[in-house]
Write a protein that binds this ligand. Structure first.
Ligand SMILES: [Ca+2]
Ligand SMILES: [Ca+2]
Ligand SMILES: [Ca+2]
Length: 435
């Protein structure tokens, strides 16, 4: 529940912040009087979709029907998330496989408890087959336990499930998985009730041991950072690993939920033995958080949000780092109301970020794609999804060749209803050249 409670708190806070700015003009995009728009190559939205009854329409990144991650491997897209479509009020994990033309190859649902969530999926080539790892949480008794699954990527069949978590009434949520050789790194955060204390955690597993024990193997090590008894120290979004260790982002040193309590966006590096080599922070006096990252092996790009800088409320932030933690250029983007970015990808020349933007605090949310010069992070393109949308297709973004693939949720196919569906988009990297 904490995932949702956290976003609820964020949403209300942003609503309050935004309400103070109610009279300001609502142009979210930076340049020009009419924002450019993009038209997806294809759109896949599914399920009858219904969120919590009575949920205010202005609460953006909250709900039970959402694609939380998309992963591209060997010409296929893997998508995981949550949906509420099968049994009202019961939230299930889903996993889907598509080809790059949007053809659905298989879908699986996992209904273990009242709340089961998939937040990250990673495909990996084992000898003789492609495997899929899925991370999230499952509600068991009075706690949300961290959830790690392995599936056969050919048909989605579940091979094993592993859960852990120690804090009664607490929340343990996996948001990041990275694989290098036989090393499988999992990032999660562990929260006490209502988020009084949150700790950032990475565990390393041996892939072969997990297979040999059908998921029962213990981690090779567990590393925890931040203030262990207080404060909010999270891991968020994707992580990256190579032979020298693993890089993780999130928020460190926060003292309350929502926009208060400060805390900073960070990037940290752990070596293959779990030693924390360094941690670098970015932000100001107010709330700053890294929500995901990507790496091309030569540098890292963290996407998130900042209340310390920008045009008002929260703004989206993209921050470049060297592999050694050297802080590089940054891009802060948004208007007077709520903006943030979670999906981020890089190719040879550009960084692409999926951003959520609100023109007005109580208006619909819109999905924007930002195109940044990879070296300077100068904004070279920006566009909103065309049409009258109410979307948040910003939770994950991957790229290959001339295409971007975005995952999130949308309300645009249920016009007039307060309901969202998980959604997956394919968009040209030349989106900004259209129109
Ligand atoms: Ca803590
Ligand atoms: Ca801060
Ligand atoms: Ca803003």
């Amino acid at each position: 529940m904490f995932q949702f409670a956290r976003r609820l708190a964020f949403g209300f806070l942003c609503f309050l912040l935004g309400a103070l700015l109610w009279g300001l003009p609502g142009r979210a995009l930076g340049q020009g009087s009419e924002p450019a728009t993009f038209a997806p190559e294809w759109v896949k939205a599914w399920g009858p979709g219904h969120d919590f009854p009575g949920l205010p329409a202005n609460l953006a990144d909250l709900g039970a029907n959402q694609a939380w991650d998309v992963f591209l491997h060997a010409g296929h897209l893997y998508v995981t998330g949550t949906d509420q479509a099968r049994v009202r009020g019961d939230i299930d994990l889903f996993v889907r496989k598509y080809d790059l033309d949007g053809l659905l190859i298989w879908e699986e649902a996992w209904d273990n408890g009242p709340k089961d969530a998939g937040f990250v999926c990673v495909a990996d080539a084992d000898p003789g087959r492609v495997s899929l790892y899925v991370g999230g949480y499952t509600r068991v008794g009075n706690m949300n336990r961290a959830l790690l699954q392995k599936r056969d990527a050919a048909d989605g069949k579940l091979l094993w499930t592993k859960t852990w978590g120690e804090i009664p009434h607490g929340h343990h949520e996996i948001d990041g998985i990275a694989i290098h050789g036989d090393a499988l790194y999992v990032s999660h955060y562990d929260s006490t009730w209502a988020g009084g204390n949150i700790n950032a955690v990475v565990r390393k597993f041996d892939k072969r041991e997990l297979d040999r024990t059908e998921g029962k193997a213990e981690p090779a090590w567990t590393t925890v950072w931040g203030n262990r008894d207080a404060e909010q120290d999270t891991t968020d979004g994707h992580i990256f690993a190579d032979g020298t260790g693993v890089w993780v982002t999130g928020r460190i040193g926060g003292r309350s939920l929502g926009g208060g309590g400060g805390g900073d966006l960070y990037l940290t590096k752990l070596d293959p033995d779990g030693r924390q080599l360094w941690i670098k922070t970015w932000g100001g006096d107010r709330y700053d958080q890294g929500l995901s990252l990507t790496s091309d092996g030569e540098g890292l790009f963290v996407a998130g949000w900042t209340a310390s800088r920008g045009a008002g409320a929260f703004d989206a932030a993209v921050v470049a780092f060297g592999m050694d933690g050297t802080i590089g250029p940054e891009r802060v983007w948004g208007g007077p109301s709520l903006d943030y970015s979670r999906g981020v990808a890089a190719d040879l020349s550009h960084v692409y970020a999926a951003a959520y933007t609100k023109a007005r605090p109580t208006g619909p949310g819109r999905t924007a794609i930002l195109k940044l010069d990879k070296r300077t992070l100068d904004l070279v393109g920006e566009a909103l999804w065309e049409g009258k949308g109410d979307d948040c297709v910003t939770t994950s973004l991957v790229q290959e060749g001339p295409w971007l693939y975005l995952a999130g949720k949308t309300n645009r196919f249920k016009d007039g209803e307060q309901t969202f569906q998980p959604v997956l988009l394919k968009v040209s990297k030349d989106f900004d050249k259209r129109r």
